[in-house]
Design a protein around this ligand. Structure first.
Ligand code: FES
Length: 139
């Protein structure tokens, strides 16, 4: 199995400058932060995604991730950092694993790495919806 140049280059870029590519986390107590974490049972890898969201507009203003996994999972994480910044949570729900897999030219055996990314996005948006519902109940 050969990784595409896109995967290899992204992986190298993250290793060289993790912060510039969104590696990290936001303050978990920040009310405008939503988190999604998923694991892939087939390989044991884990992806954690933090979204900083404008509560008035639902626009995703910033994105951070921590991924313990293969090169495809790291590359998929940097891809969702780019895809998610500046769009609304509603638009983010439309991102599918195949969008990430196609953009990175992932080989079929590595498709589950991009599925992990899609699931992390979904989890984070669910977390945001829960936070919003709690806020509305308390207001
Ligand atoms: Fe586990 Fe890629 S091999 S996420």
């Amino acid at each position: 199995m050969a990784y595409s140049d896109k995967v290899v280059n992204r992986f190298k870029d993250v290793l060289n400058d993790p912060k510039a590519h969104g590696v990290g986390r936001f303050d978990p107590n920040d009310p405008n932060v939503a988190t999604g974490m998923t694991g892939a049972p087939s390989c044991g890898d884990v992806m954690k995604l933090d979204l900083k969201i404008n509560p008035e507009t639902d626009v995703i203003e910033d994105v951070k991730f921590k991924t313990y996994g293969c090169g495809s999972a790291i590359a998929s994480s940097t891809m969702f950092v780019e895809m998610l910044k500046g769009i609304t949570t509603e638009e983010a729900q439309l991102i599918r694993d195949k969008d990430i897999a196609n953009a990175l030219e992932l080989p079929p055996i590595k498709i589950h790495c991009s599925v992990l990314a899609e699931e992390s996005i979904k989890e984070a948006i669910e977390n945001w919806d829960e936070k919003k519902a709690t806020r509305q109940l308390n207001s």
